[in-house]
Design a protein around this ligand. Structure first.
Ligand SMILES: *Cc1c(COP(=O)(O)O)cnc(C)c1O
Length: 407
């Protein structure tokens, strides 16, 4: 691999960029497939994929072609006009999901904002609730805007940002009694916003029984069921959408991260009965522009044409087998492996001193990128095109990382 020799100085970077992220001390400036290179030329196997975002990996020929083709043709106009690529993308999404309509924006938080607004309008105009309440779950993650940090059931994201947005309450995840009680106590509950699998909160898949009962309660009470598919959607779970693993359909769902393989985009989709936004109700300057829509369409068609879901299922099983073997080798350090398809978590024993970030740092030294999901979970979210050989390599590097942490 020939590298343009970059000179990178993290001190200069830190002088000008706000310190909002806890960054690891490497700068990545090149990638191909499931590999990336840092500015010193070191190679890493990428099991982060821009946090479950680079669906087709790096510099995939389809992505390169879609990006260049669309920029040459037309990259941006405005939703003042019809955008053919946006219409085609919406059609693909509707034909490959339970939804009937799509709205486009630029990120996961914005997609959830759109869902929250739609749910509130539905509460006011259809349910006749003046003061609607949206229930979300503990350890959830829904984004970093004010409404979506409020929706996020983790106090650490709220600290110093109050007053928060009114109209949210929290219940434990996968706990149907808690949900039933919250609904019984609050006649204003208009919607439930929930991840089919909690990503940032620690890779906790939803229970089948829980979600089936959730769907039933929502149907009985006329409550909207909204799924945040921002991390688990677009093939990552081994199916197009996370909810397909749970045997139920949402009324509204959101997508972003992997939708255009790393080009910024977000989408909020809903069924026809709650398709109640009218002209002027919601908007986004960049949302669904020819560029992001054209690229998303190319990514989705590639997933379909190349049967990438089969790879996700096979590589996911392979990876979980390796992770279980590692957990068995180090029973004092690791207790459990959780996940669907290519979103998997390795749980660190609560009583051990080990923190996820320490193994993440040790893995970086071994040339493997993985991400923490909270203080005690290691998260594995490689590109969906990851190969059998690469999954085996990841296991070897992870074992070396654990060994060197122990020593
Ligand atoms: C990442 C994430 C978001 C926020 O997406 P952004 O694009 O960072 O705004 C929302 N929900 C879930 C489940 C996520 O994983």
């Amino acid at each position: 691999m020939s590298l343009e020799q970059a000179t990178f100085n993290s001190q200069t970077f830190d002088q000008y960029v706000m310190p909002t992220y806890g960054r690891f001390s490497l700068a990545i400036d090149q990638g191909k497939g499931c590999q990336v290179w840092d500015t010193e030329g070191k190679t890493y196997l990428d099991f982060v994929a821009g946090i479950a975002t680079c669906t087709l990996g790096h510099a995939h020929p389809t992505l390169v072609q879609a990006v260049t083709k669309q920029v040459r043709k037309l990259h941006h106009v405005s939703n003042l006009y019809y955008i053919p690529e946006q219409g085609e993308l919406a059609q693909w999404l509707v034909e490959h999901s339970c939804a009937d309509r799509a709205f486009f924006c630029n990120s996961g938080a914005e997609a959830n904002e759109a869902a929250i607004k739609l749910a509130r309008k539905y509460a006011h105009t259809v349910l006749n609730i003046d003061n609607p309440l949206i229930l979300t779950t503990h350890a959830s993650f829904h984004g970093r805007t004010l409404a979506t940090i409020t929706a996020t059931g983790q106090p650490k994201y709220h600290k110093n940002f109050d007053p928060l947005v009114p109209g949210f309450a929290y219940v434990p995840y996968n706990d149907i009694t808690a949900m039933e009680n919250a609904i019984a106590e609050n006649p204003n509950v208009a919607a439930i916003l929930i991840e089919p699998l909690q990503g940032e909160g620690g890779v906790y898949p939803g229970d089948l029984d829980y979600f089936i009962r959730l769907r039933k309660i929502c149907d009985e009470k006329g409550i909207l069921l909204i799924f945040d598919e921002v991390q688990v959607g677009v093939g990552r779970s081994g199916k197009y959408w996370g909810y397909e693993n749970l045997g139920v359909e949402p009324d509204i769902f959101t997508s972003a991260k992997g939708l255009a393989g790393g080009i910024p985009i977000g989408a909020m989709l809903c069924k026809e009965f709650c398709n109640i936004f009218q002209g002027g109700d919601h908007a986004s300057t960049f949302g669904g522009n020819p560029f992001s829509s054209g690229v998303a369409l190319a990514v989705l068609k590639t997933i379909e044409k190349e049967d990438i879901l089969s790879n996700v299922i096979a590589r996911g099983e392979q990876l979980r087998k390796h992770l279980r073997a590692i957990a068995q080798t180090y029973p004092d350090l690791f207790t459990e492996v959780r996940g669907w398809g290519l979103i998997n978590g390795l749980q660190i024993a609560p009583e051990s001193d080990l923190k996820s970030i320490e193994i993440v740092k040790s893995a970086i030294k071994e040339g493997l990128l993985i991400a923490p999901a909270g203080a005690k979970v290691l998260r594995f979210v490689p590109p969906l095109i990851v190969s059998e050989i690469e999954v085996n390599e990841a296991r070897e590097k992870l074992e070396s990382a654990i060994q060197s942490w122990i020593q």
